[in-house]
Design a protein. Structure first.
Ligand SMILES: [Zn+2]
Length: 163
């Protein structure tokens, strides 16, 4: 990475932190930067801790890291999912995910958008969720958001399991 793109990346990390009223600490920059560099991958707490330890070349304070991840999730910079074993994983919130139904593979952890697959039904789902959140907002609920996730095993992983 050349100096200019590094500078741009640092600037966009700082902009994101500022836009969400988060403190610009070395750790918050590092963690958000890590997620920005791996936009389509979900990480568990333990995996994140390992990665951050590697980058720091020392042990990160676990509680501080977990608080930061919670904070990033609260402001919707990160998307948190809980798998069938109740393990939480986190990934960068794709801009489109909030109103588009997507499929999450529990084997390879990849997300794919399914609008094309189920077309009209997907639009109906989105509309229903949008209506519900507008209705809640009109009743005075705040920061209403929604995610439409279908979980399962993708075709690639399903085929591998058969082999
Ligand atoms: Zn898969």
């Amino acid at each position: 990475m050349n100096d200019l793109s590094t500078q741009n990346l640092i600037q966009s990390i700082d902009d994101l932190l500022k836009a969400h009223s988060l403190r610009k600490t070395a750790l918050s920059r590092m963690v958000l930067g890590f997620f920005l560099a791996h936009p389509n991958i979900a990480f568990s707490h333990a995996q994140l801790q390992d990665q951050i330890n590697l980058m720091l070349d020392s042990a990160v304070d676990k509680v501080t890291l977990y608080r930061l991840i919670d904070r990033l999730t609260q402001v919707s910079l990160l998307l948190c999912r809980v798998d069938m074993n109740r393990v939480r994983s986190y990934q960068l919130m794709p801009a489109t995910i909030k109103n588009t139904p997507f499929f999450h593979c529990q084997s390879c952890q990849k997300d794919s958008f399914i609008s094309q697959v189920i077309q009209q039904e997907a639009l109906d789902l989105s509309k229903a969720a949008a209506n519900a959140s507008q209705h809640l907002a009109s009743l005075g609920y705040q920061n209403v958001s929604y995610q439409l996730t279908l979980n399962g095993v993708c075709t690639d992983c399903a085929q591998q399991e058969l082999q």
